[in-house]
Design a binder for this molecule. Structure first.
Ligand code: NAG
Length: 98
């Protein structure tokens, strides 16, 4: 069994500022992947970042980075230098590896 929880309903950010989106997760598996997806108003789901549970570094992708706390079971997304095109729904996801 696994869960992800995103408690922030909505946030507004000024252009060029940094936004942090929180996600907590729970899984009984030790081997898993975490993801952040972006869904812009046009509707498609875009994978923006993927973190492997055993990676010793936080994943990054251009202006996107994560703060993965394995023991604390949190996986927040950080969007730096915010732009208008970042306006979207963001979804945190977990997949167990086996
Ligand atoms: C991610 O970065 C945070 C803050 O620097 C750090 O506490 C955490 O251990 C890092 N996680 C990984 C998997 O390196």
């Amino acid at each position: 069994a696994q869960t992800v929880t995103q408690a922030q309903p909505e946030m507004s950010v000024q252009e060029a500022e940094t936004a942090t989106l929180d996600c907590t997760f729970d899984t009984s598996d030790s081997n898993y992947y975490l993801f952040w997806y972006k869904q812009p108003p046009s509707g498609e789901m875009v994978l923006i970042i993927r973190q492997e549970a055993f990676k010793q570094e936080n994943a990054t992708n251009n202006r996107f980075s994560v703060n993965f706390q394995k023991a604390g079971k949190s996986f927040s997304l950080r969007i730096s230098d915010s732009r208008l095109e970042d306006a979207a729904m963001y979804f945190c996801a977990l997949r167990e590896a086996q």
